[in-house]
Write a protein that binds this ligand. Sequence first.
Ligand code: ATP
Ligand code: MN
Ligand code: MN
Length: 373
Amino acid sequence: LPQRGERWMGGRGRGERERERGIVCSDPCLTDVLEELAENSEFNESKGPCLAFRRAASVLKSLPSAVHCLGAIQSLPCLGEHSKAVMEEILIFGRSFKVEEVQSDERYQALKLFTSVFGVGPKTAEKWYRRGLRSLKEILAEPNIQLNRMQRAGFLYYRDISKAVCKAEAKALRSIIEETAHWIAPESILALTGGFRRGKEYGHDVDFLLTMPEMGKEEGLLLCVIERLRDQGILLYCEHQGSTFDMSKLPSRRFEAMDHFEKCFLILRLEEGQVEGDGGLQKDPGESRGWRAVRVDLVAPPVDRYAFALLGWTGSRQFERDLRRFAKKERGMCLDNHALYDKTKVLCVPSDRVQLIIQGANICFRPVLCQQW
Ligand code: ATP
Ligand code: MN
Ligand code: MN
């Protein structure tokens, strides 16, 4: 589900690097700014404004061309008053005072920096800020701070995992994980999902679904894959979450970001020689070691939920949100990462009957097993 002009927003300066590579096409300035305002609202726990700014940024990304005039803004859907005002300010003055105020805010800067560490959410970041900490160095030097295992890995591999992952690296990881899974179960199916499935050139991690063509056979597979990755010396970090999936439960009415499938959040070691093509291994110039650490998510749904898991994990987050709203409001259905429930027919739509075609937006989705990419 490619979104035009989409790029990764996380971390510092990454947008700029991608822009240098000529990846960004529409409104880098306006979308960046709206996403920064969304992030700031998230830090302030202002859910409404956060969503409004995110939606506005998504609208801009989906446009066929950049917005240059005030008139164009008026005709766009889903823009809140605040987003409109900021966009107008930028188009007229070339800058926004509200945005500059946020960008220069000490708390915003600190929280943005702290949450760029894997395993650090807004709550922890806020706690550290309140203790007077302002830099990553200060956090590491503070004896009273107890980092959990995930955060320790986040700091240990900070430089590598805050570097964007390119398509060639995602492909290399796909081969490695697929080979590992096939070594354990030759019929296992690995599908790339997340941002790369939407056609993004760069991502903050690489997401995969792993399943078996026969129901129930996926049980235990993920743990074996993790074990095998460890044996190969590729596994740098692993957080495994067992399944909490309840077959009898209907899709959730509320939008829930998390699902109940078995999954793991990994950091893997990727060797230079494993990455083919122009992109190559993404590392700093002058970096002498021939490997880098990469964040990988692996999700293992049972095959009868494969379509919904694939749809849910393909994202983007905003698209998932809108799709669920559409299912509910326009179709009287309930959608989440596990199922699609038709309230009028009082039944769950079988996974192999799911096909999503949104013509206007040119989106076509058919969850075909064994699909390349
Ligand atoms: P990026 O390139 O930054 O990784 P992305 O779209 O792949 O972009 P991810 O955070 O990797 O972003 O998430 C991919 C998709 O999976 C998103 O749509 C998100 O909603 C979904 N997702 C992420 N984590 C979970 C989770 N724990 N449970 C359910 N769905 C999740
Ligand atoms: Mn991802
Ligand atoms: Mn992910």
